[in-house]
Design a protein around this ligand. Structure first.
Ligand SMILES: *Cc1c(COP(=O)(O)O)cnc(C)c1O
Length: 365
């Protein structure tokens, strides 16, 4: 039986040809391909600028530094995320203040406003599973309180709210890790329409240098290579088609699972378009998640728990004076019931039928 994986990069002959062209050019480090990649990323986010980085975590950290956020500052974010969101903030010396999530499983604007205090410098919503957070309200909140809005769009390439793509409301940060909707193996990008931030990010990325050996700040080597960029470029050029296929697969899963008693299907609030990085359901009460995972795995279907606990519930963060507010009951509840099913564009209707049938069997419904 064919193994159905939770993520699978779709790399056609265009990728192979472009990568080979880089290898033959002899230009392996950051160069013209990275520039082309940045142009496509700016287009994707509807921003004036895009700055490529070695990975998404460093892109996020550089964004915070570029905005002048560090020691003595606080950033409000969700505890129901991949740990990179939190690690990037802590790496700058700033503190993390968690606010709870809403029905959309993303950072809740009302809880966020309650968490804002005089030390707050930025709001950092995550577009979890590819569903944009409530960016209209977050943009209002940021404006009202004079805060930076940073979007962790690592999972949400091409998603939008209204007619504007994510990564264009605030400063956008995307990841191009191997399992993301668009991949470079490893990679990250920051999208912004702030020319000064764009310039600072380029300096931070390149050892703090403005011109050759003109060190302006303490930077590092955060650069992407042309090989990485060449892997991602054809996927960005074909993003509409990749997104269409994900969305079609999600629709099909909805139709196969809508009758399942007690199952929480993904919520897509009106006005938001989902990038379907994951199709994440909330299991019915009383279902043993470990058993469901076992049944799926033994049927060669990969399902995963994104994420098993809120970040504050892990030892490095639990007793950490830089990590504040461990009272997020919605995040706890979601982490106990969530399970992500395969939805990636490499799957056809038969694969999805197998996923749904095996899943319903595993639930004992
Ligand atoms: C993948 C991911 C990141 C970090 O990206 P890397 O490129 O792996 O460093 C950040 N935030 C979220 C929510 C992610 O899923």
């Amino acid at each position: 039986m064919k193994k159905i994986r939770i993520a699978e990069p779709i790399l056609g002959s265009e990728v192979e040809e472009l990568v080979v062209s880089v290898l033959r050019s002899g230009h392996l480090a950051q160069g013209p391909m990275v520039q082309r990649f940045e142009g496509l990323c700016a287009q994707m986010a509807g921003s004036d600028h895009a700055v490529a980085f070695a990975n998404g975590t460093l892109a996020l950290e550089a964004t915070l530094r570029g905005l002048g956020i560090g020691e003595g500052d606080e950033v409000v974010t969700t505890p129901f995320t991949f740990v990179a969101t939190v690690n990037a903030v802590l790496a700058t010396g700033a503190k993390v203040r968690f606010a709870d999530i809403g029905d959309d499983l993303n950072l809740d604007p009302a809880a966020t406003e309650d968490a804002i205090n005089p030390k707050t410098r930025a709001i950092l919503p995550v577009h979890l599973y590819g569903l944009p957070a409530d960016l209209v309200r977050f943009a209002e909140l940021a404006e009202k309180h004079g805060l930076a809005l940073i979007e962790d769009a690592a999972q949400a390439h091409g998603a939008s709210v209204g007619d504007r793509p994510v990564g264009g409301y605030g400063t956008g940060v995307f990841s191009f890790y191997a399992t993301k909707n668009v991949t470079a193996g490893e990679g990250g990008v920051v999208t912004t329409s702030d020319a000064e931030l764009d310039a600072r990010l380029r300096i931070l990325r390149h050892q703090g240098m403005r011109g050759k050996y003109e060190y302006e700040v303490i930077g590092s080597n955060l650069r992407m290579t042309d090989v990485q960029a060449a892997i991602a470029i054809p996927q960005l050029e074909g993003l509409d088609e990749l997104m269409r296929k994900r969305s079609e697969n999600a629709e099909h899963l909805f139709s196969l699972l809508e009758q399942v008693d007690g199952l929480g299907l993904p919520k897509v609030p009106s006005g938001r378009s989902h990038a379907w990085h994951q199709f994440t359901v909330l299991l019915p009460d009383g279902v043993d998640r470990t058993k469901v995972v076992e049944v799926m795995t033994s049927s060669e279907i990969e399902v995963l728990v994104y994420y098993p606990k809120p970040i504050w519930d892990y030892p490095p963060y639990a007793d950490n004076p830089s990590v504040m507010n461990h009272d997020t009951p919605n995040a706890v509840a979601a982490s106990q019931r969530c399970l992500s099913l395969p939805v990636h564009p490499g799957l056809d209707k038969n694969d999805l039928q197998r996923v749904a049938e095996t899943f319903v069997e595993a639930l004992g419904r």
